[in-house]
Design a binder for this molecule. Structure first.
Ligand SMILES: [Zn+2]
Ligand SMILES: [Zn+2]
Length: 199
């Protein structure tokens, strides 16, 4: 499987936003090859939580589970990808106007489809409408669709709590950093602690 196929396999379908993330990842990998930056332990800070993020995870191997993906949602198609060890990275930003190329109503329909507000006819219309844009995103020169800039890259992983204890109410194991102690000494998981305040 090539990288595009890997992105589709993770995401479940091909779409124009997946293409945005795929091309951003490919552009970053190309820059790293030129700059001589190792690409085996990349990390990514993504500024949206759209289909595009699945392509970043699939291509750059920066995933929620391996702790090398940070979502800093600002509603922008901006992806900062880098090597935390060397402190070198690139910021890849989608140029303004690219996603509205199909027409001014395109992103409004995309928003409805993405939020499961569109009916079957609208969904079919959207997927047919987005096809030429997706092709364009896959085939256009990088400089046509992105602003790319080298950046100093710092990435600190969020600490994981893996030491667990058993909740005094539900009996389920929970990371101790999440346990809340009630005045009476009971040690509760967040859900049971929340329920106890509603008693
Ligand atoms: Zn998608
Ligand atoms: Zn509990």
């Amino acid at each position: 499987m090539d990288h595009w196929e890997q992105a589709i396999a993770l995401h479940g379908h091909a779409c124009c936003l997946l293409a945005v993330g795929y091309r951003a990842a490919e552009v970053a990998l190309g820059e790293f090859a030129q700059m001589g930056i190792a690409t085996d332990d990349l990390a990514a800070i993504v500024e949206n939580r759209t289909c595009a993020v699945d392509a970043i995870q699939a291509v750059c191997r920066t995933t929620l589970g391996n702790g090398r993906l940070r979502v800093r949602d600002s509603g922008k198609y901006v992806f900062t990808i880098g090597n935390p060890k060397s402190g070198k990275g690139v910021r890849v930003a989608l140029k303004a106007g690219i996603l509205s190329r199909p027409g001014p109503e395109f992103t409004a329909l995309m928003e409805r489809v993405a939020n499961q507000e569109a009916d079957a006819e609208e969904r079919a219309r959207f997927y047919a409408w987005q096809e030429p844009l997706m092709r364009f995103l896959l085939e256009a020169g990088a400089e046509e669709i992105f602003e790319v800039a080298p950046v100093d890259f710092s990435f600190s992983r969020e600490r994981l709590g893996l030491v667990t204890a058993v909740c005094d109410r539900c009996g389920e194991e929970v990371a101790t950093v999440y346990i809340r102690q009630l005045a009476g000494g009971e040690m509760l998981c967040p859900a049971c602690a929340q329920a106890s305040t509603n008693d």
